[in-house]
Design a protein around this ligand. Structure first.
Ligand code: ADP
Ligand code: F6P
Length: 501
């Protein structure tokens, strides 16, 4: 739970994100809509702030409703998750025609921006109709946000003079801020606008492949403050603003100037609800057998996560170090994700075949090297896996931050602890220096790093894990929320500061 000091945003807050902090599902028997809570760190940190300042959340409810006026249900009385206090009157739901939404979400968001921003241009499609849908849906989000601003203005509940914060999230909504600004100005609605990108911002050489790159930058620059996970992404963004739009920029103070306004760019590395994971790890029942060491992977089934490379590196480990045969198991849990997109369907096929081939090659009467779960596991079971694994493999080819690495260290309450293997191409690799760093593209090296992790002495494991845990406890998701609110509070002073380029 966010502490009171963390929540004292002076004004109210409107959060704008592609997904609402819960999904709506229709009960097949009753036909009624029901809320299904989400448990992610973002929701855990942000929802209490929105609730406390009587703010509003604008987003897509996860279903297409035939009647857009159908009422959003209140949460189930037994729901104890952070969004349970979010009243339906504080939700503004986006409704879109299914085909248009498909072109926006599967087409432009996941076919264009996701691969391009993860520096994978060969997987990127540039389709004009998808882009048009992206524009339309972003306009819809902007309209609904302005409506939310009007609701806040009318509301007597938060009747102070501080303008509300409008906080737009992620690559789905990179155009919305500019329109929100324009329409809010037309309607004399005051607000402070912020944007946070949860994925990497690529270098200019990649970004400029986007045919609509200028419009995207102008969209984001509609904000007063733009946040990224790490400084590298901030600098990439600033570079693009200068080279694409010719903006005056200040790399030292991370500022961009456009149309007489100064936009602050800030690294705000997200954390996890550390104490909640510790608690889960203490309470979780044992689910892994102790007869073999477990190397654990937990990911959405996404090509950016480097799962194919990971399986091949594990195969290499068994070839080069046969002493691990029958002693070690790779447990890979992969959540189905974006299953309407062809790249994701192909990856599912490839994984199925690879797991079959490696298991076929090495399985003995008493042991199979890979256990592969294609599905979602509950929070408590997840914490048990994190707690009892000997090694966690977090080896994305590219990742904005990667929360799995942080959740794993939070759950490492056993003595002696396990070992984290981490890719330098995840944002988390910037800070979690005591992990074993492993380039996922180098299969031989990755196999050697796994071997090193498996034979690492207990005292080295303890020293490394203690450092990792201390840092993540300090920089948890509440601290991220505090840093965001602090950055918003100090905007006025920063804006006067633009200096040398
Ligand atoms: P991304 O945002 O790209 O999915 P992150 O690692 O930052 O990657 O976040 C993934 C989140 O999804 C984590 O909070 C993790 O606990 C959760 N998650 C990943 N795989 C599973 C799974 N198989 N079952 C349940 N939760 C999962
Ligand atoms: O971390 C990036 C992100 O797109 C989040 O915004 C999102 O919640 C998560 O990945 C899962 O993706 P999706 O919302 O497409 O299922």
């Amino acid at each position: 739970v966010v502490s009171r000091t963390a929540c004292n945003s002076k004004g109210s807050m409107i959060v704008v994100s592609n997904r609402l902090p819960f999904v709506l599902k229709r009960n097949e028997k009753t036909g009624e809509l029901e809320r299904k809570a989400s448990a992610g760190g973002l929701v855990t940190a942000v929802a209490p702030v929105v609730i406390r300042c009587k703010g509003i959340w604008v987003g897509w409810p996860g279903v297409h409703l035939d009647d857009p006026n159908e009422k959003i249900p209140e949460s189930d009385p037994n729901d104890k998750t952070p969004t349970s206090g979010l009243l339906s009157s504080k939700i503004v739901a986006i409704h879109a025609e299914p085909k248009l939404f498909d072109s926006y979400y599967n087409g432009c968001c996941n076919g264009t921006f996701w691969p391009l921003f993860h520096s994978m241009p060969d997987r990127t499609t540039f389709i004009a109709d998808h882009w048009k849908a992206y524009i339309k849906i972003n306009e819809e989000f902007a309209e609904k946000t302005v409506h939310a601003l009007k609701l806040l203005k009318q509301s007597k509940e938060k009747n102070n003079n501080s303008p509300p914060i409008v906080w737009v999230h992620d690559y789905h909504l990179m155009l919305a801020a500019n329109w929100i600004r324009q329409r809010a100005e037309e309607d004399e609605l005051k607000c402070k606008l912020a944007f946070f990108l949860h994925i990497p911002f690529p270098p200019w050489d990649i970004f400029r492949l986007l045919p609509w790159s200028d419009v995207v930058l102008q969209g984001i620059l509609g904000c007063d403050m733009v946040g990224f996970h790490i400084t590298d992404y901030c600098l990439n963004f600033i570079d693009c603003c200068q080279r694409n739009l010719g903006c005056r920029v200040d790399r030292k103070n991370l500022l961009v100037e456009l149309g007489g306004r100064t936009i602050c760019v800030r690294p705000l590395p997200i954390g996890v609800p550390f104490d909640r994971f510790v608690q889960l790890a203490h309470n979780a029942k044992t689910v892994l057998s102790t007869s073999q060491k477990v190397i654990l992977g937990v990911d959405r089934l996404d090509y950016t996560k480097g799962l194919v490379h990971r399986l091949k590196a594990f195969e290499r480990l068994l070839e080069k170090h046969p002493e691990h045969i029958e002693k070690v198991v790779l447990l890979q849990i992969a959540v189905p994700s974006r299953t309407d997109v062809k790249e994701y369907q192909d990856l599912k096929e490839e994984m199925d075949q690879l797991v079959g081939r490696i298991n076929g090659r090495f399985t003995t009467p008493n042991w199979s090297p890979i256990r592969y779960i294609y599905g979602c596991v509950g929070q408590e079971e997840l914490a048990a896996f994190y707690r009892d694994a000997a090694v966690a493999l977090v080896t994305p080819l590219r990742d904005g931050m990667n929360l799995v690495a942080k959740e794993f260290v939070a759950c490492q309450i056993n003595n002696p602890p396990g070992v984290l293997i981490l890719s330098p191409f995840a944002g988390a690799g910037e800070m979690m220096h005591e992990a074993l760093i492993c380039n996922p593209y180098e299969l031989d090296d990755a196999a050697e790093v796994m071997h090193r992790a498996l034979i690492m002495p207990e005292d080295e494991r303890t020293v490394r894990m203690n450092h990792l845990r201390r840092r993540e406890q300090l920089n948890d998701v509440d601290s991220w929320m505090k840093s965001f609110l602090k950055a918003m509070d100090s905007l006025e002073e920063e804006a006067d500061d633009i200096g040398a380029t």
